[in-house]
Design a protein around this ligand. Sequence first.
Ligand SMILES: [Zn+2]
Length: 186
Amino acid sequence: MPLVERQRDSQRKKLYRAEDVAFYEPFIPGEARKSVFGRDGLSVAEAQSFIDGILDSAWFRDEFQVSDRRDPLVEVVAGRANSSARAGGGIYTGRISAPAWARREWVLLHELAHIVTRTAWGPYVAAHGWLFANVYLRLVGRFLGLDAEAALVAAFDAGRVKYGEYESPEPEAPVFDGRPVALTLF
Ligand SMILES: [Zn+2]
């Protein structure tokens, strides 16, 4: 038995359901799903500049205690059509694979939250556990806006998705008790 076991990803389905409720317009058969918040239908280049804008922001570096010595770098690629969105690597050598359906801002934030969570806490925490949900909420609050954040908090609460202590991000007064230590390089 390994010394450190990967936590079971026990709230993944609940989190997906909550996102669906908070971020998708009602499903209309035969039509592409529209998001309530943020842009849909981004090109790979537009998705890349959305991610770059986040990584380059002073807020991001401060909120996640990114080292001053190295710039975060996350590459967006298209991946295979109709496959799942995926996130690999850490914030210095990360990759988001986002086929057309996934090139919408909230999905990109979801994938970026995986990269941040893995960089801060390592590969053994639950992929969609409370640490992930907390990082995701902070990114949503900052980059999709407070209405989007409120919708996601409400859906998390209704769907019993754990996300730890959370208040809306305010650059001058970060409030999250479980802040990650400085992001390590792996
Ligand atoms: Zn995920």
